[in-house]
Ligand binder design. Structure first.
Ligand code: NAP
Ligand code: GCO
Length: 267
């Protein structure tokens, strides 16, 4: 038996949100290389156009749509367009997300709500939109992009940690409620990955030295390095493929060992 078939996404339709660049782009690219047809959305036409061009450079004919993931009517319209253009969605990756780094007592309720809206409510809205057609087809894969902050807190990221902790439990609840329809809903919890979202934490200091947070993450990661988006692609293809058909409600941490490690001892 050709065991690699278990990891094939041949003939599948994948929708990756917020995937013009960053983690979403890397996952969608890997899905395409595994045989999937790709749909992605981003917040404006300029980003979508840049994304389409970037996929084309990799030989991938991705379909791009302008859609704010918090806008339920726009999400439903985008899903209808994807279904018409390339077929009903077999694999959904809720990747779009933001972070606001502000001490909690200084954070406005408006900013808190914005992070919750994009990082938690939007995955709910999009999963709710795609599940009925997955039930009809008798299968589906939903992958929610969680975080170290689904398990840990740190200064200034209260809204993000609340959202990603909630996303872990939303993942488990979708598994609980829809696993009977052969829908697997799992999460990927990336460690600290070098993308635009974490660029401020890696900025070189005026004297050319590493950012203190950069040194901190290196000391907290057994792999002693930041993750690259490519580190996430194998786990994502696994969770998107039939190889994971009996894996459900699981958050797969791809973190170089951070969650297992107390941190490098001094001296
Ligand atoms: P990123 O570089 O900031 O990319 C996020 C993408 O989501 C961007 O294209 C962004 O568009 C889009 N987006 C934001 N709000 C949106 C909305 N309302 N509607 C549609 N698209 C929207 O982030 P990343 O580092 O690739 O992270 C991707 C996901 O992984 C996020 O959920 C993040 O929380 C999670 N994550 C990241 C790390 C890490 O270390 N990088 C680790 C763990 C988890 P704009 O360009 O307009 O913002
Ligand atoms: C931060 C970082 C993290 C990463 C990621 C870690 O400010 O601590 O942005 O939150 O984005 O979520 O898993």
């Amino acid at each position: 038996m050709d065991f690699t078939k278990k990891f094939s996404l041949e003939g599948k339709v994948a929708w990756v949100t917020g995937a013009s660049y960053g983690i979403g782009f890397a996952l969608a690219t890997a899905f395409a290389e595994a045989g999937a047809k790709i749909a992605f959305n981003d917040i404006n036409q300029d980003l979508v156009d840049k994304g389409i061009a970037a996929y084309k450079e990799k030989g991938i004919e991705a379909r791009g749509y302008v859609c704010d993931v918090t806008d339920e009517p726009a999400v439903k319209e985008t899903l209808a367009l994807i279904t018409k253009d390339i077929g009903s969605v077999d694999i959904l990756v809720n990747n779009a997300g933001i972070i606001k780094r502000t001490p909690m007592v200084e954070m406005s309720a408006e900013d808190f709500r914005k992070v919750i809206d994009i990082d938690l409510t939007a995955p709910f809205i999009i999963a709710k939109a795609v599940i009925p057609s997955m039930i009809e087809k008798g299968h589906g894969k939903i992958i929610n992009i969680c975080s170290m902050m689904s398990e840990l807190g740190r200064e200034t990221v209260s809204a993000y940690a609340a959202a990603k902790g909630g996303l872990k439990m939303l993942t488990r609840n979708i598994c609980s409620e829809y696993g009977q329809y052969n829908i697997q809903c799992n999460g990927i919890g990336p460690g600290y990955i070098a993308t635009p979202q974490t660029a401020p934490l890696r900025e070189k200091q005026a004297d050319g030295s590493r950012h203190p947070f950069d040194n901190f993450i290196i000391s907290k990661t057994p792999a002693a390095r930041w993750g690259e988006t490519d580190d996430l692609t194998g786990p994502a293809v696994f969770l998107a493929s039939e190889a994971s058909d009996f894996v459900n409600g699981h958050i797969l941490y791809v973190d170089g060992g951070i969650l297992a490690y107390i941190g490098k001892q001094p001296g």
